[in-house]
Design a binder for this molecule. Structure first.
Ligand code: FPP
Length: 239
């Protein structure tokens, strides 16, 4: 993979297309999700190698509960197994793993795997991997609003002076940086309720490649496109 230029600091990925990939291979959807997990490994390794500082992966959205119970169970088990199997490798590679999302409806054993993986990798400084599980951008915005309201009720904040920094500081993961590059696989061009606050000035990059086939070639292409974007953040171009 090309390492010539500084990569985007925060890369967020909507990993889409596992089901269609499985269908193309005449296999059950679970086969696609398992192949999707292998792609996650590839992408974590590649991003750490080139110096990405934060990698956010949308593993399970609050809307994914609408899938058949059998598929939800498979996804939850796959995520739990991945957490248990990958945490030690991440620790060795100096990678910190954190899970973002509402843990209330998650099983005790998945919560336990999350707690263990987070504790094991807590000292990682090379790259942050943020795994979004039972997450949606709207959930994060509502959670932030609740926290702000509680801070106002406690007298710590004045409602009429709440600004963007106060808002950012009350998010479920207050130190989550703005997304620089959002990648979505499988040809769909939607945000699907991912990091709504953090995506404000993200560059968007879409590929038709299905998630299980995603790898270094696609990351290279995404980063190359990113480096050609003129990021003005509402100001004027330097050129
Ligand atoms: C979208 O494909 C993918 C998901 C809803 C789940 C993402 C999960 C993984 C990549 C597996 C493992 C994850 C980790 C973090 C170990 P889809 O099922 O919507 O595909 P389709 O649109 O083709 O049906």
């Amino acid at each position: 993979m090309s390492t010539a230029r500084t990569p985007p600091a925060h890369v967020a990925i909507i990993m889409d297309g596992n089901g269609r990939w499985a269908q193309q291979h005449l296999r059950p959807r679970a086969f696609g999700h398992k192949a999707g997990r292998v792609a996650v490994d590839r992408v974590v390794t590649a991003c750490a190698k080139v110096g990405v500082k934060t990698l956010s992966l949308y593993a399970f959205s609050t809307e994914n509960w609408r899938r058949p119970p059998h598929e939800v169970k498979i996804l939850m088990e796959l995520i739990e197994t991945a957490l248990r199997e990958e945490a030690e490798k991440m620790r060795k590679n100096d990678i910190r793993l954190r899970v973002l999302g509402d843990r209330t409806p998650l099983s005790a054993s998945l919560c336990n795997a999350i707690d263990e993986a987070e504790a094991l990798t807590a000292d990682g400084t090379r790259m942050n991997v943020v795994l979004a599980i039972n997450y949606s951008g709207q959930w994060a915005l509502c959670e932030t609003a609740r926290r702000l309201a509680q801070a106002v009720a406690r007298g710590e904040l004045q409602a009429d002076t709440i600004n963007e920094s106060d808002f950012a500081a009350h998010r479920p993961m207050p130190d989550l940086p703005p997304v620089d590059l959002l990648i979505r696989s499988s040809g769909e061009m939607r945000l699907s309720n991912f990091h709504l606050w953090e995506l404000a000035y993200a560059e968007l990059w879409f590929t038709d490649v299905l998630w299980p086939d995603f790898g270094e070639a696609q990351l290279d292409a995404a980063f190359a496109a990113y480096h050609h974007r003129d990021r003005r953040f509402g100001a004027l171009s330097h050129t």
